[in-house]
Design a protein. Sequence first.
Length: 265
Amino acid sequence: MGRTTYIETECRTALNRVSGMPFRWSLNPYRGCVHGCHYCYARASHAYFGMNADEDFETKIVVKANMPEVLRRELARPSWIRERVAIGTASDAYQPCEGRYQLTRQVLEALRDYATPVSIVTKSTLILRDLYVLSELAQGPGATVYFTITTLDDDLWRLIEPGTPPPHKRLKVLRRLSEANVPCGVFLAPILPGITDTVESIDAVAAAAKAHGAASFGSAVLRLAPLVKEHYFGFVAETFPDLLPRYERAYAGTNIASDYQAAIQ
């Protein structure tokens, strides 16, 4: 991986209207992600910025420097009816640069001040820094944190999510938040065919989620949209070459066969 570049920009809007999801609004203070998860569906979105879904996604991070101010203007509108806002849908809002920019913290403070519920998906332990505002949100309009855990196998974790904190550290933070009455869940997502889809692997993550105080548990099977598929196939060819023919057969399109998905569920 090359040297990381942070590209500061200004956004015209903070809140994004979403369809086909269990929430209607999302926001993302950053685009691109140094976590470098090889399966990440958000890789394709980097093409919108004229960058590639491979190294650019991991090393050229777009920072929406004015987002907190824009968000406060949007939340102050009479038309805002305080619907839940999802954070972390296109990149991790707690990737390392958040320690410097603190955009996510300011966003949470704005949502708290305007009594707006929030849900966050992250792989980062940095979220513990914001325990105080998450607790205030949880006691007020509502806050839920979801930690993505794909495997507890250290060797696999280093291969598939090279820039992320270890899964056991994420689970410890989950426990701390749960003990502070911030509801937390675990997403076992995506499940990687032939890599993390054994009964033993799935059971281990589910058991760890329960042991650390998770209030919910969900899963999803790998999807491979264009650009993401090319990157992921390159990763498989390099690290799991024996699996590549199986992937090429299974993923002629974006989704694997429905009978496989049903079996996993």
